[in-house]
Design a protein around this ligand. Structure first.
Ligand code: NDP
Ligand code: 2IT
Length: 445
């Protein structure tokens, strides 16, 4: 049995009932074969065995009182996965589906994504099974404060720097940061990213993941003699990543015709009006079904997954993991999809990805394509360190350069180790090599 098979077998055995974590590890390790076979150095010092085991995992109680005076108890998580190239860095997710397997898959993927960004950040992730939907502002605040009452002792500007993810946006980050500051009695702006602009946040961080995705996809299309202009796009999700991916796609002359939330999707042949989506989702916090009230040609359909029945050239899954399984992938292929851009983390199952590659569909893989968010977080940390703020144009230009560099790195390593269009292998291998070299230099720790 080779080392990859052995590590995969052990991961399954040691992390039972965590299928998402196993899926993420399997996806990475199977693409690393050519590198591991060539490099006895990596095999001899147990790089893979160490890489799949988090450096530290914290699980804690989060008690909070709701508006009716009832006591609620949720579970909080922070997985500090790998600090070979920098302090742990990664978002916090509040969603009822959160458990250790979700946080570990996200933390594991973050290692390679952060490495690809070219910036000095390690991999981590956190979250809670708290459901922010239908909670009052006061309830959200009390929950965030209680969450931070434990988390604060494990994070720090040079230790572990959280940010947002599903269910954690500007509002939640404000409450989390406020409580951290109170507990530490000091203004450590660099301990959190995605902060508001009035207290140390960076311009463009809000837009960065969606914009970065489109900068990456644009480069991928250009490399293959295509452009974004007039491409028919469908986007799953209507949150931070989806909204800004939609906005940038429209700016680039593409035609976004469908978007969804967790309940259903809207189809608008005239092209999605992003201002309406922003108002419904960011200001009113309502369902996407409201959209048809404002656009008479638009239609609403129940069932989020049905969005993948819509015919398109480019599919951008920007909602959550395992959004596109083999069934949805088959529908997309039958309908002639040409490109996939993963805005969410692990939005496609491994057999869905395999089907896309077999059908010569170009896939921009999440670890590379959605790295614009965490990269701009690292730019926020830089600004906090030098106590200066850069303009929108300055940060946007840096983001564009970072995404183009990530594309070059990914594409070069695909050519070197795999097939030139296998950007999935390219991203995994390039992300891995930097971390492996750093681990090699730092001894067995
Ligand atoms: P948001 O909470 O802002 O939005 C999530 C969107 O996805 C919502 O519209 C939500 O619907 C929809 N959705 C549909 N199905 C599900 C489901 N089963 N679980 C959760 N959401 C669902 O999150 P983000 O836009 O920040 O994140 C989206 C994805 O992008 C995630 O995979 C995240 O890990 C990834 N990502 C985020 C980054 C960031 O900077 N925010 C950076 C890199 C990756 P509804 O409105 O009905 O809840
Ligand atoms: O998945 C991700 O990269 C994020 N949620 C953003 C992490 C960050 O630290 O900005």
């Amino acid at each position: 049995m080779d080392v990859i098979e052995k590590v995969l077998r052990d991961v399954k055995k040691r992390n039972p009932h965590e299928p998402e974590f196993y899926q993420a590890v399997e996806e990475v390790l199977t693409t690393l074969k050519p590198v591991i076979e060539k490099n006895a150095r990596y095999r001899n010092i147990g790089i893979l065995e160490r890489l799949v085991e988090p450096e530290r995992q914290i699980i804690f109680r989060v008690p909070w009182v709701d508006d009716k005076g009832n006591v609620n108890v949720n579970r909080g998580f922070r997985v500090q996965f790998n600090s070979a190239i920098g302090p742990y860095k990664g978002g916090i997710r509040f969603h009822p589906s959160v458990y250790s397997g979700i946080i570990k898959f996200l933390g594991f993927e973050q290692i390679f994504k952060n490495s690809l960004s070219g910036l000095p950040i390690g991999g981590g992730k956190g979250g809670s099974d708290f459901d922010p939907k239908n909670k009052s502002d006061g309830e959200i605040m009390r929950f965030c404060q209680s969450f931070m009452n434990e988390l604060y002792r494990h994070i720090g500007a040079d230790v572990d720097i959280p940010a947002g993810d599903i269910g954690v946006g500007k509002r939640e980050i404000g409450y989390l940061f406020g409580q951290y500051k109170k507990l530490k009695n000091g203004y450590e702006a660099g301990v959190f990213t995605g902060k508001g602009l009035t207290y140390g946040g960076s311009l463009v961080r809000n837009e960065a993941t969606g914009y970065g995705l489109i900068y990456f996809v644009k480069r991928m299309l250009e490399e293959n003699n295509h452009s974004l202009k007039n491409q028919k796009i469908i986007i799953s999700g209507a949150g931070n990543v989806a909204i800004h991916a939609c906005e940038k796609s429209i700016q680039m002359g593409a035609h976004v015709i469908a978007m969804c939330d967790s309940k259903g999707y809207i189809y608008d042949e005239d092209g999605i009006n992003i201002e309406t989506i922003k108002r419904i989702k960011e200001v009113e916090r309502k369902r996407i079904s409201e959209y048809v009230k404002y656009h008479e040609n638009a239609k609403y359909y129940e069932g989020q997954k049905n969005i993948w029945n819509v015919k398109c050239d480019l599919a951008l899954p920007c909602a959550t993991q395992n959004d596109i399984t083999l069934d949805e992938a088959k529908k997309l292929v039958e309908n002639g999809v040409k490109f996939i851009g993963e805005g969410a983390n692990m939005p496609c199952t491994n057999d869905a990805l395999k089907l896309f590659l077999e059908n010569d569909i170009l896939v921009a893989p999440a670890k590379a394509a959605n790295a614009g968010g965490v990269s701009t977080s690292a730019l926020e940390m830089s600004q906090n360190s030098i106590r200066l703020s850069w303009t929108f144009e300055e940060v946007d230009t840096k983001l564009k350069e970072i995404m183009e560099n990530i594309f070059e790195t990914t594409s070069n390593s695909a050519k070197m180790y795999s097939d030139k269009n296998n950007y999935i292998a390219g991203a995994n291998i390039a992300g891995f090599i930097k971390v492996a070299e750093a681990m090699l230099s730092q001894g067995i720790i």
